[in-house]
Design a protein around this ligand. Structure first.
Ligand SMILES: C[S@@+](CC[C@H](N)C(=O)[O-])C[C@H]1O[C@@H](n2cnc3c(N)ncnc32)[C@H](O)[C@@H]1O
Length: 273
């Protein structure tokens, strides 16, 4: 589909009246969505955000039976591969690969964690193999912020080895207005440009301000108290029953905050028109 676009080319110099020269250009519509492969999909937090930004998930990969049921309910027509170790990306047409690989061996709560040498977080290398097979235009990775101390160099090194440059930024649930800290590192990678360094701009252009560190805990406590007061005034539950909803809580606890992939997706879509 073609669409017409009105663009200001230049301002006429002073003395000739201040008017702009406008040109009508036709160009391809950007409404063709980017295809997404969502790895380690969990309950689909990444896809929820990226689809809100106009992208389209064409395949999932998730091993947990409960999460697979949630994905099948919300994306009934999208295939879900079971195990990242047996996923062959070579025949897949995908623009974006996203995923938060398992963090258990990287997490700060695992004091003896072996980082990317661990069986679970080491699945990063399967993720990397699939990137190499598909060579997408964009890779979006999410993980706990402790990755910066326990494996970030190897993640960036693997991407560089595959011919990808990367930018990264730590973002929190609080930064998008949610009542919890949930600090995560976000990485966006793109194929290197031949002969020159790629100028990155996505994570800096999200319109998200980092919450100042002195305020973080205070703000999280205040937001939580406000939420509880609100629920109390409505005589509503302020959460989920732990015993009844164990699997849902587990899925939610693992999930990304969809507002962040949504903002990233919008930045990618708007800078690639
Ligand atoms: C951190 S969670 C990702 C959560 C997801 N981003 C979301 O928003 O819900 C990691 C997921 O990887 C899945 N996983 C672990 N091993 C896997 C494997 N071999 N193949 C596919 N998925 C796997 C886990 O079941 C878990 O749901």
């Amino acid at each position: 589909m073609q669409r017409l676009e009105l663009r200001a080319l230049a301002l006429v110099p002073p003395g000739h009246g201040r008017c702009a020269i406008w040109v009508l250009r036709s160009r391809r519509s950007t409404e063709v969505p980017m295809n997404v492969l969502d790895l380690f999909s969990g309950i689909g937090g990444f896809s929820l955000g990226l689809e809100r930004a106009g992208m389209r998930t064409v395949a999932f990969c998730e091993i947990d039976p409960f999460c697979r049921k949630v994905l099948a309910k919300h994306w009934p027509s999208v295939p879900c591969h079971e195990d990242v170790r047996t996923l062959d990306g070579r025949a897949m047409a995908v623009d974006v690969i996203c995923g938060g690989f398992p963090c258990q061996d990287v997490s700060i709560s695992n004091v003896t964690g072996t980082g990317l040498d661990g069986a679970r977080s080491g699945l990063w290398f399967e993720y990397a193999r699939i990137i190499g097979e598909i060579r997408p235009r964009f890779v979006i990775v999410e993980n706990v912020a402790e990755l910066l101390n326990r494996g970030m160099g190897r993640v960036l090194g693997t991407l560089a080895h595959l011919g990808y440059d990367a930018e990264w930024r730590v973002l929190r649930g609080l930064d998008v207005g949610l009542p919890f800290i949930r600090e995560r590192v976000w990485i966006i990678a793109q194929p290197k440009c031949a002969g020159r360094e790629r100028r990155f701009q996505y994570l800096g252009s999200l319109g998200i301000q980092a919450t100042p560190s002195a305020e973080r805990r205070h703000q999280a406590i205040r937001a939580r108290a406000e939420l509880e007061a609100y629920c109390h005034s409505l005589r509503a539950d302020d959460g989920l029953s732990v015993t009844m909803e164990r699997r849902r809580i587990h899925g939610l606890g693992n999930a990304v905050v969809p507002q962040i992939p949504e903002a990233i997706g919008r930045a990618i879509m708007s800078l690639n028109r």
